[in-house]
Design a protein around this ligand. Sequence first.
Ligand SMILES: [Zn+2]
Ligand SMILES: [Zn+2]
Length: 175
Amino acid sequence: MNARTDAGRVEAALARLRQLGERITPARQAVLRVIDNADRADEHLSAEHIGERVAALEPSVHRATVYRTLTALTGAGVLTHVHLGGTGTVYHLATPASEPALEANPAAYGSGDSEPHAHGHGHTHVQCVVCGRVQDAPAGVLDEAARLMREEQGFELDTSHAALLGRCADCAGRT
Ligand SMILES: [Zn+2]
Ligand SMILES: [Zn+2]
């Protein structure tokens, strides 16, 4: 993503929460700030890592509150998440440019997942099965795959919801 330089992403997320009538709590502000910083550093943080960094910012915020906050903010559409291999999940701030896509095709996402999801936006991720590193794939890398799935099977591929597994350049070179 190249949108890492704009300054007001946390402010924009807070404005959106206010618009939705959602509460602005110290925990929510801390979570947004931690994820914004991680996004800018090209990091992909799990709930556990976000919890650690929030604790450093706001020691009074309990870990369980952080987890609930992640679910609530994802449901409100200000965070997105990506499922990794195994049980991992990492979070990003949702970019305003992605918002129109949220409502664009809700019928395509009838999963039995109980967790709220902000779908249909964001970028494709890949994760190394050797070292666990998560990285962003180039924009549009799965566009052709998505087109083929749509045309041949009528299946709407969600290219940003889960990471694809493989081996990173370092690990592939060593083996
Ligand atoms: Zn690796
Ligand atoms: Zn990413």
